[in-house]
Design a protein around this ligand. Structure first.
Ligand code: G3I
Length: 352
């Protein structure tokens, strides 16, 4: 017969092993911390990494995030490059499939944008009726294909002018030239009709901390709400630099004003660029900016998601765009090692 002492010892060892296994399972990740607060934390997926099946990229993505947006693969010029009505969904489908296999939601980006349009669209002139038909075709095609799979769409992206003139509201794009400013209302109405359950967002940069551009955008979405246009939220891109330190209270003020209109907000493209070369001091400062933004955003009840524009410095638009001047903008370095910014975001996501 086994003595009582032996039974206690075996039970003790089993208990410790079980607790260790549980702790391992509960190793905090960004998505665990966000899920505990009912928030979404996500990133823009680079199609190159998906095509190559880059293991470290895909493993990190699945472990850390619960929402994905395609960095490029759902843009009009990439899904419909060759001719009107001829679509190639390969990259977009692969991203949606990866997300759903890993229990993640998908944001769709972006239905109407002046950039990355198909050549056949950008390089021709269109009448109001023709452009209205083209806009409608793309919206119904995209929302139809991804109905129930893409939970929110950036319906219109970057439609507000960068000018400091408060009366110069709209960016003069081919959509604007052909249809007039009402192309924005039209796009949202068509999107609601194509997928009544999808959340519909207006998305822009340079509105992050208030100012003239924010006021123009605010008045635009206020007008839309007053006219009964089906808009659910506003996306703040937040491509930031060191100037953003200490600015989060201004962001919160913008979020609250939109909440009064009954609108949700999301941070849709967060990154904090560093002027190269990168060093330890700069990485700490970057981490502090990430912490301030994420901590403040999480406390706002109408802020439902925070998406980064990538997560590893191996795949980021910043070095290319700045011609090598800036970089190091994301949470993991080029070898997928978490940077101080990762710990800062994890800490900020935790409910305190
Ligand atoms: O598809 C071509 C490929 O055929 C060609 O071989 C290659 C050679 O350079 O270029 C490829 O196109 C690139 C495209 O991304 C798709 O990968 C373009 O050069 C490149 O300029 C383009 O950059 C994208 C940029 O939008 C376009 O304005 C970035 O990856 C993407 O991160 C960026 O994302 C935007 C958001 O959509 C909206 N908000 C701002 C944000 C940053 O600019």
């Amino acid at each position: 017969m086994m003595s009582l002492r032996w039974v206690c010892l075996i039970l003790g060892v089993l208990g410790v092993t079980l607790m260790a296994a549980q702790n391992q399972q509960q190793e905090p990740t960004l998505r665990h911390a966000a899920e505990a607060r009912g928030k979404l934390i996500g990133f823009a997926m680079a199609r190159g990494a998906v095509r190559k099946g880059e293991k470290a990229y895909l493993d990190t993505a699945a472990r850390e995030f619960n929402v994905i947006v395609a960095e490029n693969s759902m843009k009009f010029g990439l899904v419909c490059p060759k001719a009107r009505g001829v679509y190639d969904f390969n990259d977009a489908d692969a991203i949606v499939e990866f997300a759903h296999t890993n229990g993640m939601k998908v944001r769709g980006h972006a239905l109407l944008w002046h950039n990355q349009q198909p050549k056949w669209l950008a390089e021709d002139e269109w009448t109001k009726q023709e452009m209205t038909d083209i806009v409608g075709e793309n919206i119904t095609t995209m929302l139809g294909r991804y109905k129930g799979k893409v939970y929110a769409w950036d319906v219109v992206n970057e439609a507000i002018s960068d000018s400091n003139d408060a009366n110069d509201v709209y960016r003069k794009t081919n959509y604007y030239d052909a249809i007039g400013s009402e192309y924005i209302d039209l796009a949202f109405k068509l999107a609601r009709g194509a997928d009544p359950n999808a959340k519909l967002f207006y998305n822009d940069y340079g509105c992050d901390f208030g100012g003239i551009k924010f006021e123009k955008m605010f008045n635009m979405v206020k007008g839309m709400k007053e006219r009964g246009i089906p808009i659910d939220g506003v996306g703040f891109q937040m491509h930031l630099g060191f100037y953003a330190e200490g600015q989060s209270a201004k962001m919160v003020e913008c979020f609250r004003r939109l909440k009064e209109l009954g609108l949700e907000v999301q941070i849709t493209e967060l990154d904090v660029a560093i002027e190269l070369p990168c060093d330890g001091t700069k990485l700490q400062k970057q981490a502090e900016i990430y912490r301030q933004i994420v901590e403040a955003a999480c406390k706002e009840s109408n802020c439902t998601a925070i998406l980064l524009w990538g997560f590893t410095d191996k795949h980021s638009w910043i070095p290319g765009f700045s011609q090598g001047k800036n970089g190091c903008a994301l949470l993991f370095d080029e070898n997928y090692k978490p940077k101080p910014a990762y710990s800062a975001v994890l800490d900020a996501l935790k409910d305190k």
